[in-house]
Design a protein around this ligand. Structure first.
Ligand code: GYE
Length: 307
């Protein structure tokens, strides 16, 4: 007969965690890559995942977290669609003694005892990188520069912070002005629609598009072409994320730069969860490291990109 090592079996079982993950949605290439990375990492580590897609609706996230609590999951992973309005449900998780791991997006809550750690990118710094790149690019250009901005989801950490970081840099350069700014909700469709509206109202005076993510930039590129202008030539196009679609647009000469925001932190997240259950004290804030890529680097790098 087959000898079964009961003890090894048992300890493997008790190490396996049930993890509830309340994800923002499936609004962008970034998000799809992020979901994949977290799903894979949890499966590879032998844990069980309860996955819930909120379709960018806060109400759905509150319901999902309540259902994780009533199921008694071991840990909750939570990427909040917006920064505010989650105090009550996070308090409920805390009362139920279920550790919460914030990922990707932050909440605007002072009491950081409601989560174990926050693992995500520095969105303000991403906004600054976009601003610095533009200031550099336009160093020799004289006269006023009109910038239109496609904001991410209203009230979300990346929309608030990417705006703040970018504005901080251009504030020192009075010739740079944001003339129109609206949300495109991080999607291609809305990015295109809002860019069409920007072009209709002031098409011949737009010098730069700053989009809070690549998907909106890609939608906007289509709007610019349909309007009869050349993206990246007539209008400088800046995106954030560094997804494949942005590399394709840069290789095609239609986009100037993308600021990296790395979604592939699934393995790092699983390490943190396991460290927590092993009794380790974790820092409250853990940053994901990232870079930025321009049009002239795109062809060399596109094949090495993993998202
Ligand atoms: O940049 C955007 C996505 O929260 C960092 O959400 C994330 C942002 C990402 O929809 O593409």
């Amino acid at each position: 007969g087959v000898e079964v090592d009961e003890e090894a079996n048992q300890s493997e079982q008790s190490d396996s965690l049930v993890i509830g993950f309340s994800q923002v949605g499936a609004e962008s290439e970034w998000r799809t890559a992020n979901t994949q990375s977290i799903q894979d990492a949890i499966a590879d580590a032998g844990h069980e995942l309860q996955f819930s897609d909120a379709q960018q609706q806060q109400q759905n996230q509150i319901m999902a977290i309540r259902s994780f609590i009533s199921q008694g999951v071991d840990a909750i992973v939570f990427s909040p669609v917006v920064e505010t309005g989650f105090e009550t449900v996070l308090q409920e998780a805390k009362d139920a003694e279920i550790p919460v791991f914030l990922v990707d997006r932050a909440v605007d809550i002072d009491d950081d005892s409601m989560w174990v750690t926050f693992l995500g990118s520095d969105f303000v710094e991403e906004g600054r990188k976009a601003g610095r790149w533009l200031v550099d690019e336009l160093a020799d250009v004289e006269g006023d520069i009109n910038i239109v901005e496609l904001q991410g989801t209203v009230g979300s950490a990346p929309a608030i912070d990417r705006k703040e970081g970018f504005e901080e840099i251009i504030a020192d350069h009075p010739q740079l002005t944001i003339t129109q700014s609206q949300t495109g909700n991080f999607t291609r469709t809305e990015g295109k629609e809002v860019m069409e509206a920007f072009l209709r109202s002031d098409g011949d005076n737009i010098d730069v598009l700053y989009a809070h993510n690549d998907d909106m930039a890609i939608g906007a590129i289509q709007a610019i072409e349909e309007y009869g202008l050349k993206p990246a030539e007539d209008i400088i196009v800046i995106g954030v994320d560094a997804v494949k679609g942005a590399f394709e647009a840069m290789v095609a000469g239609k986009m100037n730069v993308t600021i990296e925001c790395n979604p592939q932190f699934g393995p790092q997240l699983v390490e943190l969860i396991e460290a927590h259950f092993a009794g380790e004290e974790l820092p409250k804030r853990i940053a994901v490291e990232e870079d930025m890529f321009t049009m002239d680097q795109a062809a060399d790098l596109i094949d090495s990109r993993t998202y």
